[in-house]
Design a protein around this ligand. Structure first.
Ligand SMILES: [Zn+2]
Length: 312
């Protein structure tokens, strides 16, 4: 076979997956059913051919079908119903288990990117926990009691940090608080929480204690619900929404690991995909305004997957 001789260019973001060389030339295109026309490259250093590895590399289904399924799922459609929908409109059938796998896979990919974002927030964050019962793997009866611990910023309503965990003790609270601190730096001055006894110490450990003022470096606004003090409406409203949406999740059939990923996807959905009712825009538009232009695609799931892929 003869190829058009192609002058070597520096292709942005492309290096040889075999030897990491940047000496790359284009070598024709080919077509697949799932992904359409694709560019083939040739490495002049090791003489091997390759294609660009996107987040959809080796997937039998195309990005549109995959992101459409993820979007439907987070809008409250069960994986079985998504499958029925796909069967009606796409020739190649996917099982509801594949759809579940896509949700887990791409939630993980996107969160690797979103978990590293630096946020512009207000001075108060609110932390809270909600209880979940997850069906045990391989058994029909047993359930595990798990927790979803999350922190939102009062100003932008962005979910700053959240984790699906097995307990709500020091270790778990500290982990969620630590991530919030990494993403918000010195901006937070007040942390509002319920009366859970583990909070004061966890906050002290993460935010530090000043020997000068004999105080924790952040003000802990602990609200005691049993004394009838109203807890933060904002995070309660968020939790009502999450409860509503997770009803169709059917007790997270699977491992803790996949439940974690599913909840990561929900965090992404809340922060980036849906407009907040009061703010009339997505929380990310306020908390990470630099992303507004980059996410200027009506299919935000796809835009987020592509952004995550570039930053890896
Ligand atoms: Zn090479």
């Amino acid at each position: 076979m003869k190829y058009k001789s192609n002058k070597q260019k520096n292709y942005k973001n492309i290096s040889c997956p075999h030897c990491k060389s940047k000496e790359i030339v284009k070598r024709g295109t080919f077509e697949t059913k799932a992904h359409g026309k694709q560019q083939r490259y040739f490495c002049k250093s090791c003489n091997k051919k390759f294609i660009k590895r996107t987040a959809f590399y080796r997937m039998r289904n195309n990005p549109k079908k995959i992101t459409l399924s993820i979007d439907l799922f987070y809008r409250g459609v069960s994986t079985r119903k998504v499958q029925e929908h796909l069967r009606a409109f796409y020739p190649h059938n996917a099982s509801h288990k594949s759809i579940y796998k896509w949700i887990v896979k791409y939630s993980k990919i996107i969160s690797q990117f979103t978990d590293k974002l630096k946020l512009q927030v207000g001075e108060e964050i609110q932390i809270d926990e909600m209880e979940y019962h997850r069906r045990k793997y391989h058994t029909k009866r047993g359930v595990d009691k798990n927790w979803f611990i999350d922190i939102i910023d009062s100003k932008t309503r962005f979910i700053v940090s959240a984790e699906y965990v097995k307990a709500r003790e020091q270790k778990e609270l500290k982990s969620v608080l630590k991530k919030a601190k990494q993403k918000t730096g010195e901006q937070v001055k007040i942390i509002t929480s319920d009366g859970l006894l583990a909070y004061p110490n966890a906050i002290k450990k993460v935010y530090g204690f000043s020997n000068k003022t004999h105080r924790v470096n952040v003000y802990h606004n602990q609200v005691n619900a049993s004394r009838g003090e109203g807890f933060n409406i904002m995070i309660e409203r968020l939790h009502n929404n999450i409860r509503q949406r997770t009803k169709t999740f059917r007790g997270f059939h699977g491992s803790v690991d996949s439940a974690k990923a599913i909840m990561k996807g929900l965090e992404i959905y809340y922060n980036f995909i849906t407009k907040h009712q009061t703010l009339k825009r997505c929380p990310y538009e306020l908390a990470c305004p630099e992303l507004k232009e980059k996410l200027n695609n009506p299919n935000k799931w796809l835009a987020l997957i592509e952004l995550s892929n570039q930053s890896l």
